[in-house]
Design a protein around this ligand. Structure first.
Ligand code: SDX
Length: 427
């Protein structure tokens, strides 16, 4: 017998609402019939709203659990490559050796971008924010692939997924090279995904560039830690754009735009800017006080989360990776890392952060690693977008390949009731 919720409204017969159960997590109350009863639900920020059914990622915010297709994030970060995680998100299972080899090769063969796309960069100022460039050029990809824009064709959806996963590192590195006035580096088919990205970022035509395998492994793991995260703001944006039937390149461009905000993917850049502003361990207390002041808009960047009310499991792996990279680079005593660790220690002991369950999230340590690798702060969210692309595409594909309706929320209207225009002379 299916469970039901009874909604009793003064003077009316109770409204029966079905309760639906998933394989994990809270049950949901299906309120879709309420419009027919003359009511909307009201949930700004969708704090209590499940927007869809999905099998891709499960988060238990209280327990600090993150599963991709059932696999814990720490196991995936440790034992799988980023491309294996991409395959898992897209297909629901980790690839076997044959599938892995074929998928890796397929992605490799899509890493180049159309030569005409290189011209797009010339329209930007050299000091354009790379996220502005990425939003533009990823959206422009749909102008190059008229052969595969039928979203109802599974093969078109698959090749678009491969193109997007493969070309994001190339476009990311191009946006960095453009800011330096250095030539774009063509991808190399003899390098794996992370090695190729580092080569395109830091190589140049004048000399050979040898990728540091420890840094490449760390880069690959950073991509994995960003790969997907359920119905977060940018993934929900991709789903909403996709629900109109827009092509996948336009949908991913909308996800990139949404990710840019400092409350979301822009937080990694904001963490480093915040650490620069704090400057010294002696000022940590001053900034923790500001973060607690309701009248001060300052928030501790890299702390807090809509879902995690425990330590973000990705932050744990990111911190371990941070220690590895800084040790490999011989900068284990990086002052910003020491500052970040002191900030974390003080915050986690402070009753405000304890009471509100504010813990470090994925963005708190990632910027310290990226900066140590030599990636500039304004490229951090581009790295996040590159890692999140398989998650965005997997959710888009899950929706389009199933049954879906165009997303169209309603509102609680607080404006003027109907009234007549008065002649200008009388206004
Ligand atoms: C990401 O959704 C995802 O999954 C996102 C993400 C992903 O992988 O896709 O995990 C990636 O976006 C991580 C979050 C990165 N953002 C930041 O680090 C920015 C700093 N954090 C905050 O802006 C905030 O914590 C949010 C935006 C992340 C979450 O905000 P919510 O869920 O709307 O929570 P809230 O603003 O209602 O906060 C609850 C309380 C508030 O105080 P009260 O109004 O209850 O008195 O906690 C306070 C907030 O003022 N608070 C903070 C704080 N975060 C929340 N106070 C100081 N510093 C903070 N960082």
């Amino acid at each position: 017998m299916a469970k039901k919720a009874l909604l009793s409204i003064d003077g009316q017969d109770p409204i029966e609402l079905p309760i639906l159960a998933g394989t994990e997590g809270p049950e949901v109350i299906d309120v879709s019939s309420l419009t027919g009863k003359g009511y909307f639900t009201f949930d700004p920020g969708f704090v209590s709203t499940a927007s869809c059914e999905s099998e891709i990622t499960y988060i238990d915010g209280n327990a600090g659990i993150l599963l991709h297709r059932g696999y814990p994030i720490d196991q995936l970060a440790e034992k799988a490559s980023f491309l294996e995680v991409c395959y898992l998100l897209l297909h629901g299972e980790l690839p076997n050796a044959t599938q892995k080899a074929h998928f890796d090769r397929t992605i490799t063969l899509h890493t180049m971008v159309h030569e005409q796309l290189r011209v797009f960069f010339n329209g930007f100022r050299r000091d354009a924010h790379p996220m502005a460039i990425m939003t533009g050029v990823v959206g422009a990809l749909s102008a190059f692939y008229h052969d595969s824009l039928d979203i109802n064709d599974a093969r078109h959806r698959e090749i678009s997924a491969h193109r997007l996963i493969a070309k994001m590192p190339t476009l990311a590195a191009m946006s960095y090279k453009y800011s330096l006035g250095q030539p774009f580096m063509y991808p190399r088919n003899d390098l794996n995904y992370a090695e190729n990205f580092l080569y395109m970022m830091f190589g140049n035509p004048a000399e050979d560039y040898v990728v540091n395998p420890v840094i490449a492994r760390a880069m690959d793991r950073i991509f994995t830690l960003h790969a997907d995260h359920e119905q977060n703001a940018s993934t929900s944006t991709v789903r909403l754009a996709g629900s109109t039937g827009a092509n996948p390149f336009a949908c991913i461009a909308s996800g990139i735009a949404a990710l840019w905000g400092p409350s979301h993917g822009g937080a990694n850049e904001a963490v480093l800017n915040m650490l620069d502003e704090i400057g010294d361990v002696s000022r940590v207390g001053e900034f923790v006080k500001k973060a607690k002041d309701k009248n001060d808009p300052f928030r501790l960047m890299g702390f807090g989360h809509r879902v995690y009310k425990n330590y973000d499991p990705r932050a744990k792996v990111m911190k371990e990776t941070c220690d590895e990279v800084l040790a490999e680079l011989g900068v284990g005593d990086d002052p910003q890392l020491k500052l970040a660790m002191e900030l974390e220690r003080i915050a986690l002991e402070d009753e405000y952060f304890v009471e509100k369950k504010l813990y470090p999230n994925v963005d708190f340590y990632s910027g310290i690693i990226l900066k140590a690798i030599g990636i500039p702060v304004n490229m951090f969210t581009v790295i996040f977008a590159t890692g999140r692309t398989p998650g965005w595409i997997a959710h888009w594909n899950e929706m389009i390949s199933g049954s879906y309706k165009i997303g169209r929320p309603r509102q609680l209207y607080l404006g003027k009731s109907a009234r007549d225009i008065r002649p200008l002379a009388e206004r």
